[in-house]
Design a protein around this ligand. Sequence first.
Ligand code: ASP
Length: 348
Amino acid sequence: MSKNNQNSVLLLFTGGTISMAEDPTTGALRPIDFDRLQEYLPELKETGVRIKSVPFLPLIDSSDIDPNAWERMAKLIEENYDDFDGFIILHGTDTMAFSASALSFMLENLTKSVIFTGSQLPIGRMRSDAKENLLTAIEMAVAKENGRAVVPEVCIFFEDTLFRGNRTTKKNAEHFSAFNSYNYPPLAKAGVHIKYFNSVIHYPVEKKKLRLKTKTDRNITILKLFPGITQEVVDSILNIPNLKAVVLETFGAGNAPRKKWFQESLKKAIDKGIIIVNKTQCHTGSVEMGLYETSLNLLKAGVISGHDITTEAIVAKMMYLLGEYESADDVKKMLETDLCGEMTISSF
Ligand code: ASP
């Protein structure tokens, strides 16, 4: 915690567009010299917040982010947990929703804000959205009420909205409004004032010590269905050596072909111990296994419902659970459980 009541933020800089500026001679975009961050953002001083910046060198495009990077981010937060009021992770937008989801599982008993942000235009460009995104994220990361963080969650802040990180999806490759949370309301909106929606923010019931759970297992895959998918494609995916779990991206409310070969292939994989989770290809709404005959078969074969989870969150959740739990039954049980607000389990 800060001495003399000054709020404090740890800023982890991982890379992405927000960390780029044009080379004055070639005009090409390249990572900024990290020590010159203040030159691009002189306003940082005016926030009145003590900011310590830590670069993850080399700064990377978020396409190169992997579970090792998630572990590094989580560990840095743990090491600095008592010394800062809030944490900001500057990250490329492309895989930000995966990283925010992963950290929501890895940081158990979180009582402070961890906010991911980035930008669509490099920090060194005149019209960049970097400045507003970062400055507002800082204000939100240190916001407190009765001595506790207003948003003690892993979040994404972009343009004018604070989202729960594990509910977020990148929706637009060019607009400043690049993210959405289709199945969960925003946690806060920034206009002239910042409005926090306390009723949808998760608050810990008791204050427990932060616990890190950073083990992961990458032996998972996504099988996205499309009309006309062949048995060769399905079987070659389900027979990947060491495969432990599959995100089955289905149609509508969780529907899949009723063809005999398809059902048999899934059944064979499940009998071999592969875990299959049904995730709808729709952004909004939930899997409802058993609503149509086309999903009843999946239920009978032992496919688990992903309810209204995002692809980003289920990928991170699977890797995390397979890393942390030895028994497949435990992994299955946790996949069906809402661990930190990543899905809504409704009984239809
Ligand atoms: N390709 C970049 C990245 O995700 C895009 C961005 O930062 O917005 O790292």
